[in-house]
Write a protein that binds this ligand. Structure first.
Ligand code: NAP
Length: 323
């Protein structure tokens, strides 16, 4: 994937897959943090700081805080020039009503309109299908996306956590029906979860130059090393008990080993883990999740660590991850 150095900013830009859109290699997400960790003032402060460091892409979803994350981002966006930003949302979990979930034509259109209202925007740059929907034919979703693009409500569409088989099917349908194909996928990718990006999607990268906006680069914070001595009070895994299954003894042992590599490179464990994601050329952007300004300013520095991840270091990392 081509790397562009457009501005003298910390964060650089990459093409989003085969499209002409440039996204910052680091971006900022709003899941669980906008609201529970960050007040509106904090959100405004973080988005401004991120933008000043070169971040142009901000990620959202109709499901985040049942719309609260979009409402907060919408308020913060009033202080920016729209053309300078890439804003996404995701449709799938829009409420309890049977037609407020999934990827039907009806929910795609109504969901996007509701998201735009909360975000106070005329369009989003990126729209994701937040999950695959076995109840809706892929062709219905592809046609709905194409219509949303033609109506100017979205610019590019993609998927999140779809199988390679389903994404390939979407490309095939788009070709046959002369509609717009997907541009990007939003999969989880971090040192502990590598299969989709490194194996399953290989043919999609080759055949379609699929872009990726990857999530949970720290595996919800585990890769920061903060859980090495137990669960800190008020951390994500303390507050969101339903995520506690993510923490295992095996992961903790691996992070302890990886920490010595971070020490050798004179960076934090979080920076090492994020830089490692950035090193993969099939990653268009790494979506950061941060609960505070301190975490954001630390994690953004990950861009400066990438040049130090040479073959020897990457081998050492792989050895730690093997056990
Ligand atoms: N498409 C999808 O299905 C999907 C799913 C999940 C996320 N996402 C997107 O991806 C974004 C990022 O995901 P994520 O929030 O899971 O990312 P993550 O980087 O794996 O986890 C972020 C959390 O880790 C902790 N953390 C971050 N930096 C730290 C540091 N330097 N030191 C100590 N702790 C640190 C914070 O939690 P504490 O509260 O413990 O401090 C922070 O909220 C989301 O905001 C969302 O936009 C998409």
């Amino acid at each position: 994937m081509m790397k562009l150095n457009l501005l003298e900013k910390l964060v650089q830009y990459r093409r989003l897959g085969n499209s002409g859109l440039k996204v910052s290699e680091l971006s900022l997400g709003s899941w669980i943090t906008f609201g529970p960790n960050l007040s509106l003032n904090n959100v405004k402060e973080c988005m401004r700081y991120a933008y000043d460091q070169g971040i142009n892409f901000f990620d959202n979803a109709e499901a985040y805080g049942n719309g609260l994350a979009e409402l907060m981002m919408g308020e913060a966006l009033r202080d920016f020039r729209r053309e300078e930003l890439v804003i996404s949302t995701k449709i799938f979990w829009g409420g309890d009503n049977p037609n407020a979930t999934g990827l039907s034509w009806k929910h795609m259109v109504e969901g996007v309109k509701n998201s735009l209202r909360r975000l106070q925007l005329d369009y989003v740059d990126l729209l994701f299908c937040h999950r695959p929907d076995p109840d809706t034919p892929i062709e219905e979703t592809v046609r709905a996306m194409d219509t949303l693009i033609k109506q100017g409500l979205i610019f590019y569409w993609g998927t999140s956590e779809w199988s390679a088989k389903d994404i390939e099917a979407a490309f095939k349908i788009a070709k046959e029906t002369h509609t717009t194909p997907p541009v990007m996928e939003q999969p989880e990718y971090n040192m502990f979860n590598r299969t989709r990006i490194e194996k399953e999607y290989t043919s999609l990268f080759k055949r379609h130059q699929l872009g990726t906006t990857i999530w949970s680069p720290l595996n919800s914070g585990i890769l920061s090393g903060k859980y090495n001595k137990g669960i800190p009070k008020n951390s994500r895994l303390d507050r969101q008990k339903w995520l506690s299954h993510l923490l295992t003894e095996e992961k903790i042992q691996k992070v302890k080993k990886l920490s010595s590599i971070a020490k050798e490179l004179n960076c934090s464990m979080s920076q090492l883990a994020i830089a490692w994601c950035l090193k993969n050329p099939n990653v268009s952007t790494v979506i950061l999740g941060t609960s505070s300004m301190e975490q954001l300013s630390e994690n953004i520095q990950a861009s400066t660590v990438v040049p130090y991840l040479d073959q020897t270091i990457m081998k050492k990392i792989n050895t730690c991850l093997k056990g």
